[in-house]
Design a protein around this ligand. Structure first.
Ligand code: COA
Length: 564
């Protein structure tokens, strides 16, 4: 089938649908919704059998939906309508929600229903929910709808509020008036719900030290207490704020744009506030070992089960700044000193990594210099993994990874991936050659030609396809919790296997042979020479592309690599 995906952005869900439909053999094109005439022209040129909108915030023109079947993915159960479905679900503490695929008609979200799938609402931020439970339910619903479209007998169900399974309703835009936190009255659970329903966009508008900020992210704190509303601690660039019955951690802030002032973007909270405002606020660190015994915010956690060590890292948006790379490296080195033979790396849920932290770089006084520091810190981390010869290291990807984040995973001996994950093993869209020793790891896994194709075509790769290519080693289905349980079981059998000792000997020999053939430093020097040119050279696109990414500047036309 020829399927045209129309989307407001080529975001995670659109990428996932793209990989799934291509995996089924469909010819899939993508058109970003950048204007009705551009869309009309693309539809005429592509000649779709079906138009599918995985993530669309604007309406499809009526001449298109009256000529073609246009199916819209709506992140709400049957009957739910409006632009803020997930925000309401989290705000109202729904235990279960749904994704519905409905046909575009005159009235927004009121068309006939082609498929609807329920999902449990995990207690996490909206964007994490979107990339996990919502994405999985959406893919199930889309695949069902596409199969039904191919069935001439199928008749979609008209929206009928009298039906018992139609429990959604029309809800308004979730404006800041619903999100506002009353620090003198809202308990911690309410504060967290408000923060989570606003994550990652638009954030909760609030005041800190007399200035207006949007608050992004929200995590529970088990011990610290203080006067409600005050900032009582900092940790790893996040701030902790007291509530009436506890406290919450806020990792990121975005200053409210002043009229006529420059655009603002999310930054680590202490960077956004600056040291003067935080003078006197204590920094209260927690070690990765201690964090697992607490219910507090920590980007790093380390624990052991059986003969296996698990180093979990979870960075907002998967972005890893210089500091974050260094902290992860320190935790990795500590984990390497533990008496375990198998070490599993990766967050329990969501993004594995998306490479260097473009927002922190954008905010730096000298972005080229900060880019250089960041990529070197990332390379130090990757090098430590590549040169670990006394343990089997597993990268466990419960969620997506991109650019340097994919290459970070490839440094491990084995890469195990949840079926739902989407990988973007390329840097070109950010105008970068890339480092993280990818010129060593990627061709060894997929061959030179495929490495060249993956980095040049810049398309997302689904987990199953990644395994076929040899980019990753093992793939399994299920949700994030099932994936973790599977990883645990497989890692334990690996640790218990009699051939483990031989395997470690072979690993050491292979590393020594590789080093003799071409030292790791030569790969790094070569890559960093290219990166130096990207960061400091003239007429390099990187700085503008990064600025556009951080400020969410939309392209004028659909990028050519998305035109099937
Ligand atoms: N630096 C800073 N922020 C990043 C980031 C990075 N490397 N990668 C992702 N993010 C942020 C996004 O800005 C977004 O922030 P928001 O919550 O304020 O909207 C959030 O993480 C989620 O990313 P988003 O782009 O919405 O997710 P997606 O799943 O739709 O797309 C990617 C994922 C990876 C394709 C896209 O984020 C991307 O291209 N990232 C940059 C990768 C890169 O070039 N890294 C640098 C070279 S190593």
């Amino acid at each position: 089938m020829r399927i045209l995906l129309v989307a407001s952005a080529f975001n995670s869900l659109t990428q996932r649908v793209h990989t799934e439909l291509r995996g089924l053999g469909h010819r899939v094109g993508v058109e970003l919704a950048l204007g009705d005439d551009l869309l009309r022209a693309r539809v005429a040129q592509f000649g779709p059998d079906l138009i599918l909108a995985p993530m669309l915030t604007t309406a499809i023109p009526d001449d298109i939906w009256s000529t073609y079947t246009v199916l819209i993915v709506h992140p709400g159960p049957k009957g739910d309508r409006g632009p803020s479905s997930l925000d309401w679900a989290i705000h109202e503490d729904a235990a279960e929600w749904g994704v519905t695929v409905l046909q575009a008609v005159d009235e927004m979200d009121a068309g006939p229903i082609w498929a609807s799938e329920p999902f449990p609402v995990a207690s996490c931020g909206k964007s994490e929910l979107y990339r996990n439970e919502v994405a999985d339910a959406a893919v199930r619903a889309v695949l069902l709808a596409v199969a039904r479209f191919a069935d001439p007998e199928f008749v979609p169900e008209p929206l009928d509020y009298r039906r018992p399974d139609v429990y959604g309703r029309l809800r308004p835009y979730h404006a800041q008036e619903y999100r506002r936190i009353d620090w003198s009255a809202d308990d911690t659970a309410t504060v967290l719900r408000k923060l989570r329903s606003a994550d990652s966009q638009p954030g909760v508008l609030d005041e800190l030290f007399g200035q207006q900020f949007f608050l992004h992210g929200g995590h529970y704190e088990d011990r610290l207490r203080g006067h409600p509303g005050t900032v009582i601690a900092t940790r790893d660039r996040a701030i902790c704020r007291a509530t009436v019955d506890g406290a919450v951690w806020l990792p990121q802030l975005r200053p409210r744009r002043t009229p006529g002032g420059p655009a603002t973007f999310k930054q680590p909270a202490t960077d956004a506030l600056g040291p003067d405002l935080l003078a006197g606020v204590p920094d209260i660190p927690v070690t990765p070992f201690e964090a697992v015994t607490r219910d507090t915010w920590s980007e790093l956690r380390y624990y052991e089960e059986g003969e296996v060590g698990y180093l979990e890292f979870a960075f907002a948006g998967g972005a890893m700044s210089t500091d974050q790379c260094r902290r992860l490296l320190a935790a990795y080195q500590q984990a390497c000193r533990r008496p375990v033979d198998v070490l599993v790396l990766g967050p329990a849920r969501d993004f594995f990594s998306n490479g260097i932290h473009l927002n922190v770089i954008e905010a730096a006084d000298d972005p080229a210099e900060e880019s250089w520091r960041n990529i070197n810190a990332m390379d130090d981390l990757v090098e430590a993994i590549l040169t670990t010869t006394d343990k089997v290291v597993i990268a466990a990807l419960a969620g997506n990874a991109a650019a340097g984040g994919v290459m970070l995973a490839l440094a491990a001996d084995e890469v195990w991936v949840r079926e739902s994950a989407v990988l973007n093993p390329h840097y070109r869209l950010m105008g970068l050659h890339g480092s993280e020793y990818w010129t060593y790891t990627l061709p060894r896994r997929v061959g030179i030609d495929q490495a060249d194709r993956l980095t040049r075509e810049t398309l997302p790769v689904g987990a199953r396809r990644a395994a076929e290519l040899g980019l990753v080693d093992r793939v399994t289905g299920g949700d994030a919790a099932e994936f973790r349980a599977w990883v645990r079981q497989e890692a334990e059998s690996l640790a218990a296997a009699p051939e483990l000792t031989d395997r470690l000997v072979t690993k050491k020999q292979r590393r020594a042979a590789d080093e003799a053939a071409k030292p790791l430093s030569a790969y790094r020097d070569y890559e960093l020479a290219q990166m130096r040119q990207n960061f400091y050279g003239e007429n390099e696109p990187y700085h503008q592309l990064r600025r556009n990414f951080v400020h969410k500047v939309r392209p004028q036309v659909t990028p050519t690599h998305l035109l099937a």
